[in-house]
Design a protein around this ligand. Structure first.
Ligand code: PLP
Length: 404
């Protein structure tokens, strides 16, 4: 048991689904004096980052970078494209989709929320049916979360695009990729997304504090007539200043040093390799959960998230469901590992294992061992052998791609 105020030896395992572990290479890249953000050295940095960041979003369109958490980029996406009273169609995939929906309401929009069970992704047929019904084109935007971090469910964004097109509807498509960018394949241009919202603290392996809007030409055109009030979030001035490698205000210079390094790391590894690495770790995690005899919250295997797994707590001998937060507390106290809590209506019911960002086979094995040992200490009923099942899964794929 860790004693409060004593130094826990070894590194903390930050296995929440973001913020993720920041690699030493990025920490070192940020550990430099802050420079003049209007000088030539900064201009070089700005140009480099703005030249690379689109590759991560798989776009050739502008990517606006804000010194803000992901919530800021949600707001930016809405206020740049919409007008007071506009109807937007949103889909209840979980906690984060619900927060975005509430934000739209607060901004004076009229969000229509397609309700669902927090165990599945966006049903593109339901989006299609609602848009077909909207003959007068009252709906101005469809807003969905690609990877719902509260549930570990990934939605098929290409299918949502097809649903909009099949309905012949002009609505913009706004997508939150805060917990998928740099972890799960995401294609802003190919999937015809108008605004992609993202954040720094997950797949990009950076500390919290930067967020993004990748924008299409259609979104830029919409921003010219959109009437929601905006000042700080306005794209126009930022895109203009970015043409020379600058920002219209003081940027988060040291986070941008980190972003430059993060882009180098992801592009050196190759985006497809990054996605394959996440998929492999996610599969091993699920093998482990199944071997424990526990339930994965996501119900449809096609929608399993490669960034995190939400695990449903089993019932104890008394027939009551074991509490996820009690288990997380035991794991933190004994093994110095943080796991994600169940959010809002999933509170106490699930815990979430983050397997995204700067992450390798041994990080995964340590993480799963911590969970298995924690379940023993906390008296959570489970079958033995989960960690061994994950190791088998990793070994099989490692043997197929062995390095010398
Ligand atoms: N959307 C998703 C999918 C998220 O996972 C999060 C945060 O975890 C947010 C939005 C909100 O981002 P932030 O907490 O950086 O403001």
């Amino acid at each position: 048991m860790l004693k409060l105020n004593s130094h826990p030896s070894g590194r903390h395992f930050l296995q929440i689904p973001g913020p993720t572990n920041v690699p030493d290479r990025i920490l070192r890249a940020m550990d430099y004096p802050t420079i003049d953000h209007r000088g030539p050295e900064f201009q070089q940095l700005g140009r480099k980052i703005l030249g690379q960041i689109g590759q991560i979003f798989q776009t050739v369109q502008p990517v606006v970078i804000y010194p803000a958490s992901g919530t800021g980029a949600w707001e930016a996406a809405l206020v740049n494209t919409l007008s007071p009273g506009d109807t937007v169609l949103m889909y209840e995939t979980g906690h984060f989709a619900s927060l975005w929906n509430k934000m739209a309401e607060k901004l004076g929009l009229k969000p229509e929320f397609i309700g669902d069970d927090w165990r599945s992704g966006v049903d593109a047929d339901r989006v299609h049916a609602r848009l077909l019904d909207d003959a007068g084109h009252q709906i101005k935007a469809v807003c969905v979360v690609h990877n719902e971090t509260s549930t570990g469910v990934t939605s098929d964004i290409a299918a949502v695009r097809r649903a909009i097109d099949r309905a012949g509807h002009p609505a913009l498509l706004l997508v939150d990729t805060i917990s998928s960018l740099g972890s799960i394949d995401y294609r802003h241009d190919e999937w015809g997304v108008d605004v992609t919202v993202s954040g720094s603290q997950k797949g990009l392996m950076l500390p919290p504090g930067l967020s993004f809007n990748a924008v299409s030409q259609k979104a830029i055109a919409a921003s010219r007539t959109a009437r929601l009030p905006r000042a700080f979030w306005g794209w126009e001035e930022i895109i203009e200043a970015n043409k020379n490698g600058f920002w219209p205000y003081t940027p988060a210079t040291n986070l941008l040093y980190g972003l430059s390094e993060a882009c180098d790391m992801l592009l050196e590894e190759g985006l497809q390799n990054v996605f394959a690495r996440h998929k492999r770790h996610a599969e091993a995690t699920r093998e482990c959960v199944r071997a424990w005899g526990l339930e994965i919250l996501c119900q449809n295997p096609d929608e399993y998230s490669d960034a995190l797994t939400a695990v449903v707590m089993p019932r104890g001998a008394d027939g009551e469901r074991c509490n996820a937060d009690a288990l997380r507390k035991v794991i933190l106290a004994n093994f110095n590992m943080s796991l994600g809590q169940g959010l809002s209506k999933l509170s106490g019911w699930v815990f979430r294992i983050g397997h995204l960002g700067d992450f390798n086979d041994l990080t995964l094995m340590g993480t799963l061992a911590g969970v298995e040992m924690g379940m023993v200490l906390a008296g959570v009923p489970h079958l033995a052998g989960g960690v061994a099942a994950a190791m088998r899964s990793l070994q099989e794929s490692a043997l197929a791609n062995k390095l010398d």
